[in-house]
Design a binder for this molecule. Structure first.
Ligand SMILES: NC(=O)c1ccc[n+]([C@@H]2O[C@H](COP(=O)([O-])OP(=O)(O)OC[C@H]3O[C@@H](n4cnc5c(N)ncnc54)[C@H](OP(=O)(O)O)[C@@H]3O)[C@@H](O)[C@H]2O)c1
Length: 430
């Protein structure tokens, strides 16, 4: 078959990410043509409203409000799905693959929940789906895991993979703002959506962890395999106390593979100030990986935004174009995903930070120590922070203990007459 000198792209969506893609393909079109030896041309773009004012220059003739006109166009080689949502995007990508097209997507919600199914359809069609932009925006992660680190057994991955929550936590720790004020600031700066729930409740990070963990551990991951806790209950006071103890508070996504199985979780975490992830500030993302051969590797950059995410999408378009040009079936063939055992969260262990209020009277420390001892929870430090006429505020940090044992200790504390309130529970990683 003669090599095409132009490959045609169809886009589904021209919002934040789609505009970045179009801008890069336009501005760097010649650079890309030189690298690829083929010109890339955007032939058609589906949007909801063709009359809407766009932040990027676009020929109105390219726009349609009928996604099918893009997906079913026989001249289009590569479909770029940047419209978001799950059901519509799943149907559109399935049909695009069945029409023999390569697909590029930034859709983490979709890939986390239906990635295995869509990759299987792609494989059956002799095509591929590329999804570098779905995790870490502009930071290369999917391809390094599939290619550069492929010879390693990945022991652990740990990352800040949600820029919104990292911006909020940075505002709290550096500017002394409470959560609601820091969230309002993030919304004003465009780092948080009007409905921030997916970000602040940790769901966005859990989708990204599912994608990363499936690649790192070559396993199918169900969303129910991941323990998820967001940052909306993190208080400025805990961030201050954590700093005094030598820790930063970050929303971490953690995946580990041990002899007992996979452990997957997203939660606010106290991490030592000297750890490289502790200094990752504002909207930036960073992912720390440990491979048995390579050792520790860290990736850092912008995890979202029009041009950073567009950069990852355009790299995927170029990869798809190379596969088409060189007639490589499936492009780089996907890893085979088995289903590995997942350790239930209650059987995992952690260190804990706990802040509580107790009656300010003699013997309370001893009662607390007994309740923890009975639940086989051993304490590393216990500090009295403040007190008024009647109550004392206590901060304590445990050694590594089982989640189940810690829950038993908390249940016992709640029954104690001397315990006024349990104000905060956070996990600690060394
Ligand atoms: N924003 C980021 O920084 C970022 C980073 C990484 C990944 N992502 C992912 O990238 C995807 C797109 O995000 P975004 O922020 O660019 O979203 P967005 O700004 O809301 O843009 C969505 C675009 O899709 C179009 N659209 C929506 N439903 C459609 C439909 N049924 N048919 C045709 N067009 C439709 C919209 O048309 P109108 O413009 O006419 O409304 C809009 O152009 C999502 O999956 C998101 O999770 C985003």
């Amino acid at each position: 078959m003669a090599e095409k000198d132009v490959l045609k792209i169809g886009m589904l969506g021209l919002g934040t990410v789609g505009s970045g893609v179009l801008q890069i393909l336009t501005q760097n079109g010649e650079e890309i043509r030189q690298k690829l030896g083929t010109r890339l041309e955007v032939k058609r773009i589906a949007v909801r409203d063709t009359k809407k004012l766009r932040p990027v220059t676009v020929d109105p003739e390219l726009l349609t409000d009928q996604a099918d006109h893009v997906i079913d166009d026989p001249e289009i080689d590569i479909i770029v799905e940047v419209m978001g949502g799950v059901d519509g995007a799943r149907a559109a990508i399935t049909r695009a693959l069945e029409n023999g097209k390569y697909v590029v997507t930034a859709n983490k919600d979709l890939m986390a929940q239906h990635g295995v199914e869509l990759l299987a359809i792609a494989k059956n069609q002799g095509k591929n789906i590329y999804y570098e932009a779905s995790v870490g925006g502009g930071i290369p992660l999917v391809r390094p895991l599939k290619q550069c680190l492929a010879a390693n057994r990945i022991l652990k991955l740990m990352g800040i993979i949600n820029g919104t929550t990292n911006y909020i936590l940075t505002q709290m720790s550096c500017a002394g703002k409470e959560f609601s004020e820091a969230l309002a600031e993030a919304q004003a700066q465009g780092f948080a959506e009007a409905d921030p729930s997916s970000d602040v409740e940790g769901r966005d990070a859990s989708y990204k962890l599912a994608i990363l963990a499936s690649l790192a551990f070559s396993s199918k991951i169900e969303m129910s395999d991941i323990y998820v806790e967001g940052i909306s209950d993190v208080k400025l006071r805990d961030i201050r106390y954590a700093q005094e103890l030598g820790y930063a508070v970050k929303l971490l996504a953690v995946g580990e593979e041990g002899s007992d199985g996979l452990k997957l979780r997203v939660h606010p975490t106290l991490i030592p100030l000297k750890h490289p992830l502790a200094s990752v500030a504002n909207e930036f993302n960073a992912i720390f990986l440990e491979g048995d051969a390579v050792g520790e590797v860290m990736f850092f950059g912008r995890g979202a935004g029009s041009l950073p995410t567009g950069s990852a999408i355009c790299a995927d378009i170029i990869e798809a174009a190379r596969s088409i040009k060189h007639q490589v079936e499936n492009g780089i063939v996907e890893a085979t995903f088995v289903t590995k055992r997942v350790v239930p969260f209650v059987n995992q262990s952690s260190r804990f930070y706990l802040r509580l209020k107790v009656k300010d009277e003699p013997g309370v420390f001893a009662k607390l120590a007994t309740a923890f001892g009975d639940a086989r929870v051993s304490l590393d430090m216990i500090i009295q922070k403040r007190s008024d006429a009647e109550t004392a505020e206590i901060v304590l940090v445990t050694h590594g203990v089982g989640e189940g044992n810690f829950a038993v200790a908390i249940a016992a504390l709640k029954e104690m007459d001397a315990v006024r309130s349990i104000n905060s529970i956070l996990r600690v990683i060394e």
